[in-house]
Design a binder for this molecule. Structure first.
Ligand SMILES: [Zn+2]
Length: 243
C-alpha cells in the first residue's frame, strides 16, 4: 500500500511516498533516492499524523538530500550519439565511433577502446537505437552468466532463478515475491564489482524477502564492502540512466 504525502518546509513542497514495512515496529525510515525521490517506510498501523510528524522532524535533512540529488542531475547533458562520445561498459569508458556505410552491418561491436556502430545515416535516433540494443544484448548475456556463476556458490540457492531485463527509473534491480530477478539494463555500465553486488543483493532476497536485519547480515557476509559499491552506483545514476 502506498500513499502520496507532501512535506512543506520553507518554500519547498516535497512529495513523498509512504509504504508499510512489516519488518519495522517502532520507527519510520526515510530514504532519498539518487534521483531525489523521497521514500518513507512506516511500521504497520502508524497513523498519517504520526508519519507526517516524524517526517517533519527530519525536514531539513530531507531537503538537503533532495537538493544534492538535483545538483547531481543538473550536470547531465543529453547525449547526441556522435563519434567521440563516451560509452560506459562494465565500468570502463569506450569511445563511440559512428561509421556511415552503404551496407551497414546489423550489430554494434567493441573494437579496442571503441564501440563501432555502422549505419546508413548518422541520424541520432538510429544510432541511439543501435547503442541501446547493444547494451541490452550485452546486459542479458553478462547478467545471465553472473547469476549462474554466483548462484552456484550460494548455499540457499538450488538453481539459478529466472531473470529479465527491465528499465527502471530509480532501481538497479529487484526481486519479485515469486523469486524472479529483474535487472536494469543500465547496470551493465557499472563496474563488475557493482554488478555482482546488485546480483547478490537480489539473490539474497530469495532467502529474505525484505530488508530485515537478517537480510543485511547475509549481505554483509557475502559482500563485506557492499556499501562502497552502493555509493559508486548512487554516484553514477545520473550518467548511467541518461540516454
Ligand atoms: Zn532489496
Amino acid at each position: 500500500m502506498t500513499k502520496p504525502f507532501v512535506l512543506i518546509y520553507g518554500d519547498a513542497r516535497l512529495p513523498y511516498t509512504v509504504q508499510e514495512d512489516p519488518a519495522r515496529s517502532s520507527r519510520i525510515g526515510i530514504h532519498v533516492e539518487p534521483d531525489g525521490t523521497v521514500m518513507v517506510d512506516a511500521p504497520p498501523g502508524f497513523s498519517d499524523q504520526a508519519i507526517q510528524q516524524a517526517v517533519q522532524k527530519r525536514a531539513r535533512w530531507i531537503t538537503t538530500q533532495v537538493a544534492e540529488a538535483a545538483g547531481r542531475f543538473a550536470h547531465v547533458r543529453p547525449r547526441e550519439y556522435v563519434s567521440g562520445e563516451q560509452i560506459l561498459y562494465l565500468g570502463r569508458r569506450y569511445i563511440l565511433k559512428v561509421v556511415v556505410a552503404t551496407r551497414p552491418s546489423k550489430f554494434a561491436k567493441l573494437r579496442g577502446n571503441r564501440l563501432e556502430v555502422e549505419t546508413r545515416t548518422s541520424a541520432r535516433d538510429e544510432i541511439q537505437g543501435r547503442v541501446r540494443a547493444w547494451y541490452r544484448a550485452r546486459a542479458r548475456d553478462y547478467f545471465a552468466q553472473r547469476i549462474d556463476e554466483i548462484s552456484a556458490k550460494l548455499s540457499w540457492i538450488e538453481a539459478p532463478p529466472p531473470f529479465r531485463l527491465l528499465e527502471m527509473n530509480r532501481q538497479w534491480g529487484s526481486c519479485s515475491p515469486s523469486g524472479h530477478v529483474i535487472l536494469n539494463p543500465h547496470l551493465v555500465k557499472a563496474p563488475r564489482d557493482c554488478v555482482d553486488y546488485v546480483v547478490i543483493h537480489e539473490l539474497a532476497h530469495l532467502k529474505h524477502h525484505n530488508h530485515s536485519p537478517d537480510f543485511f547480515k547475509l549481505l554483509d557476509q557475502q559482500v563485506p564492502r557492499w556499501e562502497q559499491h552502493k555509493r559508486t552506483l548512487d554516484n553514477m545514476v545520473e550518467l548511467a540512466f541518461s540516454e
